[in-house]
Each structure stands twice: as C-alpha cells, then as structure tokens.
Design a binder for this molecule. Structure first.
Ligand code: SF4
Length: 216
C-alpha cells in the first residue's frame, strides 16, 4: 500500500515536470508572473521528474520523501500567497496545459499529496520486511534472482541465497539468514516468492513469520 501511495505522488510529479518542459516557453512566462525566480524555471520541473523517478525506485526513500514534501510545501505557500491576488494567475502546476486561475482546489491537491507521502513513509517504516530461503527446497532455477537481483543471488553451488543490496548472506538453512529488504525491492521480492517453484522463499513482515506463497 505504501508503494502505491508513493507511485501516485510520483506519477503526478513526473506528469507535472514533463508538462512544464513540453510547454516550456509558456511555463517560463507563467512562472515569472507568479514571482518564481529564474533558476526555478528549470530547477522545478527537473526536480519533479527526478523525485518522481526516485519515489518509484525507492532510492534514498527517506530523503526523497522529505525533499518531495518540502517541494510541495513550497508550492503550497506560493499558492496561498497568490490566492490573495485580485487578478489570479494560472497555477502553472502542470505547465501551461491548464489556464485555470489558482484556486483552493490546488491547495487541497497539494495537501492530499503531502498526506499520501506521510502515510507512505509511515507504513514503510512500521512494517520492515525481511526474507529468507530454505535452501533444502530450492530448485536452483534462478527465478528469484530474475525478479530481484538485489535480494537474491544464485551462487556457485546452484542454490539461491538471500542478499542485501546484492551482497549474498551466505548462511543457508533458515531464519538465521534473514535479509532486510530495501523499500524499493518489496514488490519484487513478493513477486519472486509467489512464483518460486520450490515454495521456499519466506517473508517476515513486522515480526510475524509467514510463508508468502501460502496462497498457491
Ligand atoms: S525461485 Fe525459489 S526455487 Fe528458484 S532459485 Fe529462487 S529460491 Fe530457489
């Protein structure tokens, strides 16, 4: 769920950034009319695209979420200031694709996006995920590594081992070799467990050991 929230915000960021680049001349004019400094004309859409990609990838998630919230907060403060203008300009939140004057709906959207980021970060932090493999059941087909090379490695003995950021924990035989799963790898690890033909990938979420492929 936390990943879905992050993806929703990421999609809005990427769309907003790309829309600004696509309508760059109009975006530049509107941004200056809103009082944005010249460097922001290029920096804002660039930051939106980069943050969107990093949210989906899960890279430096905490820092990315904080940067995203700061960016949205800055937008929101600017909107609140401009809402007091008698002659309201378009918000330019999505470049020049919308000529609608700034309204409280824009503020509400930003508050909703900030809320999604906070909930996503909270869910990720309270439900850490770890994974281990019962090597006795492993068939050595390598499907897990195909799905997530960060979390699984097929070693020279033809058996899969869990890994942390691509470094295998070479200690087979059960829950003693639990590997922490990076937030960006959570979905891939779940998918690997679902397709594992040996049904030997086990996932530990928030202290409760559960076999992820019990739904088969
Ligand atoms: S998918 Fe399962 S059976 Fe196949 S290599 Fe990985 S752990 Fe072993």
């Amino acid at each position: 769920m936390s990943f879905i929230f992050a993806v929703v915000v990421a999609a809005v960021f990427v769309y907003a950034g790309v829309a600004k680049f696509v309508t760059f001349n109009d975006w530049t004019f509107q941004a200056r009319a809103l009082g944005a400094p010249d460097p922001a004309v290029v920096l804002v859409p660039t930051a939106e695209v980069i943050l969107g990609v990093m949210l989906v990838g899960g890279w430096w998630l905490t820092q990315t979420v904080i940067a995203s919230i700061l960016l949205l907060s800055a937008f929101t403060v600017l909107l609140l200031v401009r809402l007091r203008d008698e002659d309201r300009q378009p918000c330019s939140c999505f470049g020049a694709t919308s000529q609608r004057p700034i309204s409280w709906l824009d503020v509400l959207r930003n508050v909703l996006l900030i809320t999604l980021l906070l909930v996503s970060a909270q869910l990720s932090s309270v439900t850490p995920m770890r994974v281990w493999i019962d090597q006795d059941l492993c068939t050595g087909d390598g499907l897990c590594e195909d799905h997530c090379a960060d979390a699984f490695k097929l070693l020279e003995d033809g058996i899969a081992y869990v890994a942390e950021l691509g470094v295998p924990l070479n200690d087979p035989g059960g829950a003693g070799s639990l590997a922490h799963v990076a937030p960006r790898d959570r979905q891939s690890v779940l998918r690997a467990a679902e397709v594992c033909p040996g049904e030997c990938i086990f996932i530990d979420i928030a202290d409760e050991m559960q076999e992820s492929n019990t739904g088969k």
